[in-house]
Design a protein around this ligand. Structure first.
Ligand SMILES: [Zn+2]
Ligand SMILES: [Zn+2]
Length: 145
């Protein structure tokens, strides 16, 4: 593979040290095409691509891909775990308190400044998770009218 070629999904899995299966390829594609999907939505996307797959198998594949950092898991309190394909950039999320809509938001200032904790207590920090809570435009319009 040369630098100019975009690796295929299967190559990315292999590069991350994972065994390549049709289910994992389908899952990674589903998560990347989606927008903060929950497990049910991912399972149905995977089934559209490769046919029947158990929810247990979906959970196992998600666990493997999350551990390999090909997929990022976010867990807003009160919401099911959501998965996305945008990884490694330490972006944050806006979550609507009313309808649960989730929107990506880049770091507020420059490059991952949130990784610089006031006091790291000796930890080697590699990720900061920030969730901004509020009402999405649709829900705030609905409330004020
Ligand atoms: Zn909303
Ligand atoms: Zn996101």
């Amino acid at each position: 593979m040369t630098a100019s070629q975009t690796p295929t999904t299967a190559e990315e899995l292999r590069g991350a040290g994972l065994r390549v299966t049709a289910a994992r390829v389908a899952l990674l594609e589903t998560v990347r095409e989606g927008d903060h999907l929950d497990v049910e939505a991912i399972a149905s996307g995977v089934r559209d691509r490769v046919g029947h797959i158990s929810l247990q198998a979906v959970y196992e594949a998600l666990h493997a891909l999350t551990a390999a950092r090909l997929v990022r898991r976010i867990e807003p309190p009160g919401s099911p775990a959501l998965y996305e394909g945008r990884v490694g950039d330490n972006h944050h999320h806006l979550v609507c308190r009313s309808c649960g809509a989730v929107v990506d938001v880049d770091c507020a200032v420059g490059k991952a400044p949130c990784l610089t904790a006031a006091d790291d207590h000796g930890f080697s920090i590699d990720e900061a998770e920030v969730i901004y809570w509020g009402l999405c435009p649709n829900c705030s319009t609905a409330r004020s009218s």
